[in-house]
Each structure stands twice: as C-alpha cells, then as structure tokens.
Write a protein of this length. Structure first.
Length: 191
C-alpha cells in the first residue's frame, strides 16, 4: 500500500498577501512592479477599446470635445503630469501606511499614463493620426507588450515565481487526491 501523499501548504486567503509582503518589502521594487503591471493592463485595455470602437461597437465611442476627437494620448499625458506633480510635492515618499498607499497609487497611475501615451507613439512621431495605418502599427505592439512583461517579470519575478510554486503545490495535491480516489474506487469494484 502506498503512503498517502503529504498535503502541501494550502494557498488560502492569507497566503497571497503574505507572499506579496515578503517579496515587496522594498517600496522601490514594489512601485516598479506596480507601474509595469499597470502599464501592461492599461495597454491591453486601450488596445481592446480602440479595436472595439474601430470595429463599430456601440458599447464604446470616441471622446469628443467641441467636435474635436480627443485621443487617449491626451489622457496619458494628463496622468503623467499629475503623477509628476504629485512626486514633486513628495506625495507617497514617507514611511507611513497612508504614504505607502499613495506611493502605490502614484506608481500605478504612472504606468497607466505611460501606456496611454506610448500606445499613440506614432501620432506624436508623425504628427498625424496613423493609428490604423501601417506606419502606426510598426512593432509598437510587440515592443510595448514585451517591455511590460519583461519589466513585470524583472521587478516582480520572485513574487510571481512564489505564486506559481504555491499554485503548482495546490495542483499536485489535487491531482494526487483525485488519483488516490480513483484507485480506491477501482479496487472496490474488483472482486
């Protein structure tokens, strides 16, 4: 008879915050990770929304101001200016809990602003709207996605690896439990 598999540490609602605190003790590393993650998520969301608008979706529409189309580049620049001003007045630079929360928000807003701005890089490079033309798409998608994933992996690598290890432990435990139950059910059926 084979011994029962040992149950791994289970991933409960306290494990993820514990892992996060362990791997992001240093605020600088946490800010870089959050900015990279916000960049990646915002870039994907901006691409999805613009493709939906371009495809004729009635869910979304262009933002207009006095009949003029406002590109998402503008919202990105406004976010970057707000974050820059916040950092000039040293918002989120102290060690208090409220300051740490402000630091996280500022980092995420910076990543989002950078994504919105860089997504329309071809607009500021060509000084005309070439978003849907060949010149507007030349490797910007690949560079931005690669850069965001690389930076998220670089700054959040140890944390993401720890989360993956916990997930694998849980998957192995589930697999062993199902396999053991299946073997028991087979041994009960045979006379």
């Amino acid at each position: 008879m084979t011994p029962a598999p040992r149950a791994p540490r289970r991933l409960n609602r306290h494990s993820l915050p514990t892992l996060y605190r362990r791997y992001f003790r240093e605020p600088r590393r946490e800010r870089l990770f959050l900015a990279s993650l916000a960049f990646f998520v915002t870039f994907g969301a901006a691409r999805w929304v613009t493709h939906a608008i371009h495809g004729g979706s009635h869910r979304f529409g262009d933002v207009q101001f006095h009949g003029q189309h406002v590109h998402h580049l503008v919202w990105g620049i406004l976010l970057l200016l707000a974050v820059g001003y916040g950092w000039l007045i040293q918002l989120g630079n102290a060690e208090s809990r409220a300051s740490r929360a402000a630091s996280r928000v500022m980092a995420a807003l910076f990543g989002a602003g950078a994504a919105l701005t860089l997504d329309e890089f071809a607009l500021w490079l060509n000084l005309r709207d070439v978003y849907w033309e060949r010149e507007g798409r030349v490797s910007i998608d690949a560079i931005a996605l690669f850069g965001a994933l690389f930076l998220a992996g670089l700054w959040g690598g140890p944390f993401l690896r720890a989360v993956a290890r916990e997930g694998l432990r849980g998957a192995r435990f589930a697999y062993r439990t199902v396999r053991r139950a299946w073997r028991r059910s087979r041994t009960r059926r045979t006379p």
